[in-house]
Write a protein that binds this ligand. Structure first.
Ligand SMILES: Cc1cc2nc3c(=O)[nH]c(=O)nc-3n(C[C@H](O)[C@H](O)[C@H](O)COP(=O)(O)OP(=O)(O)OC[C@H]3O[C@@H](n4cnc5c(N)ncnc54)[C@H](O)[C@@H]3O)c2cc1C
Length: 379
């Protein structure tokens, strides 16, 4: 890692800690309890350049790379994984799709607003009947004159109701045909894009997850990203980068759970000594720290390749698969170390425990990632 990146990482770590302590720490329990999506926090994050981490400065972005982006997600996740999840969906899915596949006019039109947090972006691939099997999506886009008409329902979309703009992957060809999907940008206010049901979730409760309903939603042809028929292939490429951010989310949760466990195990006394002095606890801490470090190395490797413009399908899948699984394991161990207090909402680890599970599901389940890794190994 070069000197400039290392300095950026130190600066970002401190900056996110300051933002977290000032704007998140006192609020996160209420957001979690009442499942509040705090839109205002994304305006604040935007002022600090965190809504356009990967966006070049010419479009008002921070112009940074994946090492810095991973740091943002890791540090935010320690305060509230739900906020980190929404930031990741905004940056690496919606914004990055426009950045990667948009024309110069499209980038000039949408990126500056997204990069400063004036607009919040969503990205919609999943449907009620097609999650892992997204190639069989049923939402259609049909050409009528100079417009395209979208019909269908997307589900589990991160801030699907609150986003100002969304990239929607639709079917424009035969179901299952890899070249049968197209990506459209739809802006809020389009009368055919309707709010859908908000999910009541186990974790990540400060991140809004909703359906998005399209009823004769008319979109101009100029809102197509890339070529007609390329939508699904584009989505897979976007997920290659997105998975690095979900790996970072898992790492942040695991690190947060480890840090809390280290502190608690030194303070909590049983049988006349700190519980950290029982080998059963210290071995758990050793396992947790080793898993955290291994996840960090996989993420660093994928980030390094991605920064150099290399294909990261295998590496990002490995980082996301491993980091997500250990995030669940480490936060489960953390609850155990806290004992009864780990089961109580008085301490942060029960929230890490609930939030961690999303990492093994969103942007490719662990099973699908094993398929991706195996396919790449065996090609
Ligand atoms: C909080 C949250 C936020 C999300 N945000 C977004 C978003 O912003 N945009 C978006 O488009 N989507 C989003 N998603 C959707 C997410 O990507 C999907 O939930 C995920 O891809 C899994 O799809 P599914 O839920 O339909 O599960 P299914 O695909 O039905 O899978 C069910 C089970 O079957 C397994 N399975 C499926 N196929 C295979 C196979 N071939 N081999 C072995 N096992 C298999 C899966 O691993 C899983 O265990 C979000 C989901 C959640 C929970």
């Amino acid at each position: 890692m070069d000197k400039e990146v290392s300095e950026n990482i130190l600066m970002i770590t401190q900056m996110v800690k300051d933002i977290g302590n000032k704007h998140i720490a006192d609020q996160r329990k209420r957001w979690d309890d009442e499942q509040i999506f705090p839109l205002e926090i994304f305006k604040i994050l935007g002022k600090f350049g965190l809504m356009g981490v990967l966006v070049p400065e010419t479009y008002n972005g921070a112009g940074m790379g994946y090492h810095e982006y991973v740091t943002v997600i890791v540090e935010l996740a320690k305060f509230d994984p739900g906020i980190a999840l929404s930031l990741a969906a905004h940056n690496s899915l919606c914004t990055n799709h426009i950045l990667t596949f948009g024309t110069e006019d499209q980038k000039q039109k949408w990126l500056p607003k997204l990069a400063v947090g004036e607009w919040l972006g969503a990205w919609a691939l999943t449907e009620p009947n097609t999650g892992s099997d997204a190639g069989n999506m049923m939402t259609t886009a049909v050409k009528e004159g100079d417009e395209w008409v979208l019909n269908g329902t997307k589900t589990f979309i991160t801030h699907g109701n609150s986003a100002d703009i969304a990239v929607i992957i639709t079917r424009t060809g035969s179901p299952g045909d890899k070249r049968g999907a197209t990506a459209f940008v739809v802006e809020r206010g389009n009368p055919g894009m309707k709010e859908g049901r908000k999910e009541d979730k186990l974790g990540m409760r400060s991140s809004e997850t909703t359906e998005m309903v399209f009823e004769d939603c008319r979109v101009p042809a100029e809102n197509i990203l890339g070529e007609i028929g390329d939508g699904f292939v584009q989505a897979l490429k976007i997920l290659d980068g997105g998975r690095i951010s979900i790996a970072a989310l898992g790492l942040g949760i695991a690190e947060g759970a480890l840090e809390a466990s280290l502190a608690y195990s030194k303070e909590r006394h049983q049988f006349g000594k700190p519980i950290s002095q029982f080998q059963g606890i210290s071995f758990k801490l050793a396992d947790m720290a080793t898993k955290v470090e291994a996840a960090r190395q996989l993420i660093n490797h994928a980030s390094h390749l991605k920064n150099n413009g290399q294909r990261v399908t295998r590496e990002s899948a490995m980082a996301k698969y491993y980091s997500s699984e250990i995030s669940v394991e480490v936060s489960t161990d953390a609850v155990q170390i806290f004992g009864g207090y780990g089961y109580s909402k008085l301490f942060p680890v029960e929230k890490f425990y609930r939030d961690s599970k999303l990492c093994t599901i969103g942007e490719g389940t662990s099973e699908i990632l094993k398929l991706v890794i195996a396919k790449d190994l065996l090609k």
